[in-house]
Design a protein around this ligand. Structure first.
Ligand code: F6P
Length: 348
């Protein structure tokens, strides 16, 4: 790897870049956010913009994800465009799930816009679907693309956490703390449904953080009937109220499905359902997510300077890593079995 030396001119506080051989090829970078918004996306946009300008790149904000790349909703960003956004949830660039980009014609239009605008490389902030689109686009047109894992689901392989996951987890914890007041006062069984698409990270860690009795997650639902196991193990032995976090996946049956089953199979319970929904995606990012997004955004620019392409930036054991798109997207991120055992042991 070639080291890029950067000095600061103390009078003007301008970065002076000693350009390496790759910098002559990449002069400008476009950033977009795609798929579901996640808290910390703005911190990532800020980091990519500022680190990019610091490295001597022109930086372009692309609005509404891949759709904006097709329809040319693009603006050149200065450092001021990203002032005062680190603390804001959502994404200032807006986001979308773009069907057209899934077609070769749509991607051709996007490439034509990039050429016309003189955008040489992209940083794509999003989840599984967004990085899948990035991988195909990069291969088809030989474009340097770096991905940042932006999703509350935490379901991307190769990174300990994704941008937005920690904030969503804290939101879930706060909500469960509040619902517990009713659960204990009325001595009820609550099923609280959380997001995660097909992954159980939010449900499992949310349950541990909020002291819930159990988590029903898709990673285990295929092996055992978690509801029967839970009730047969007498999860109500020492308590009159119970809180069970349920991952939204169809594999778990969702909170509604489980509540229906309890009504039919175990009619003694006073059961209620709470579906947390999109409030889990909103709000100001936690310090963890702001720092993660800032580190990853700066690392995306480092990766471009290092001539990396088709990689997602991850953080593993507190170190930045570059994960090939194919691995990040295709490998299933495993659930830590110790967490499952911890939850079981602590909910007696
Ligand atoms: O991928 C993020 C996510 O919030 C999932 O947890 C959820 O299944 C999905 O997006 C919801 O998508 P939408 O906002 O389009 O309904």
């Amino acid at each position: 790897m070639q080291i890029i030396k950067t000095q600061i001119d103390n009078q003007n506080l301008q970065p002076i870049i000693q350009k390496n051989k790759y910098m002559s090829q990449i002069k400008s970078v476009g950033i977009l956010t795609s798929g579901g918004d996640a808290p910390g996306m703005n911190a990532a946009i800020r980091a990519v913009t500022r680190a990019g300008i610091f490295a001597g790149f022109k930086v372009f904000g692309i609005y509404r994800g891949y759709r904006g790349l097709i329809t040319d909703e693009i603006e050149e960003f200065s450092t001021q465009n990203v002032s005062n956004i680190i603390q804001r949830g959502g994404t200032i660039l807006k986001t979308a799930r773009c069907k057209e980009f899934q077609t070769p014609e749509g991607r051709q239009c996007a490439y034509d816009v990039m050429k016309r605008r003189g955008i040489d490389a992209l940083v794509v902030i999003g989840g599984d679907g967004s990085l899948t689109g990035a991988r195909i686009f990069a291969n088809e047109f030989n474009i340097p693309i770096i991905g940042l894992p932006g999703t509350i689901d935490n379901d991307l392989y190769g990174t300990d956490t994704t941008i937005g996951y920690d904030t969503a987890l804290n939101t879930i914890m706060d909500c469960v703390d509040k619902i517990r007041d009713t659960a204990t006062s009325h001595e009820r069984l609550f099923f609280i449904e959380v997001m995660g698409r097909d992954a159980g990270f939010l449900a499992l860690n949310g349950a541990i953080a909020a002291g819930a009795e159990a988590a029903i997650i898709p990673e285990i639902s295929t092996q055992v009937d978690q509801l029967s196991e839970l009730i047969q193990n007498g999860f109500r032995k020492s308590k009159n109220s119970s809180i069970v976090l349920v991952a939204e996946s169809p594999i778990t049956g969702g909170a509604m499905g489980l509540a229906q089953r309890v009504k039919e199979e175990y009619p003694g319970y006073d059961v209620r359902v709470s579906i947390l929904g999109h409030l889990q995606r909103g709000g100001s990012p936690t310090a963890h997510d702001r720092i993660l997004a800032s580190r990853m955004g700066a690392a995306a620019i480092d990766a471009l300077l290092d001539d990396q392409r088709s990689v997602m930036i991850g953080v593993k054991n507190d170190e930045i890593v570059n994960v090939p798109f194919t691995k990040a997207i295709k490998n299933d991120k495993p659930i830590n079995q110790q967490l499952i055992s911890t939850l079981r042991r602590l909910s007696i």
